[in-house]
Design a protein around this ligand. Sequence first.
Ligand code: 3PG
Length: 213
Amino acid sequence: MNPSQASAQAEQICRLAPVIPVLVVHDPAHAAPLARALVAGGLPALEVTLRTPAALEVIAEMATVEGGTVGAGTLLTPADVSAAVKAGARFGVSPGSTAKLLDAAEEAELPMLPGAATSTEAMALLERGYTVQKFFPAEANGGAPALKAIGAPLPQIRFCPTGGVSLKNAPDYLGLSNTLCVGGSWVAPQDKVEAGDWDGITELAREAAALAR
Ligand code: 3PG
């Protein structure tokens, strides 16, 4: 898969809903009910971060949930890419990008949402063909005003800002012409996941899915 095909697919995934939940799941038993709760609330694209020992099992479980599109986040190495694909991930997300990582994702046919924090990083990805990127860490980088400013000279790049995004500040990003969707962990708080409060998570997902773009 070449980078422009990867970005076209990443754009379709970003257009599924205003928010991509960023999930850190410790217990594989939580995977299916959590995915079902988020999908029921209107958030079908799910990013499972490879930050827990259970993450690959969680991806495999979530991939069986009807209506969901499950991806793997925190991809750092080619080995992460192959493990994610093997587990059933349909897209990949990374906090930044390296040539080795992008080579591996292209080779494995995994649509990538690679991270950029500066104009230079965004331009390097654009030069390679990635027109859809993750703006990370969004709030710490200056938030929506910074992303708007990057969009002035680089309007051909569309972003999924992630990192410090909340229900409250999401509209600031979603109102920008260069933002397709946002990523955030607020829709699946650890306490609700641990307590098995799936209805509470569906409610948070509903609120997020209703955000205007
Ligand atoms: C992360 O790195 O965990 C993501 O960027 C999500 O960040 P958040 O917890 O601030 O939504």
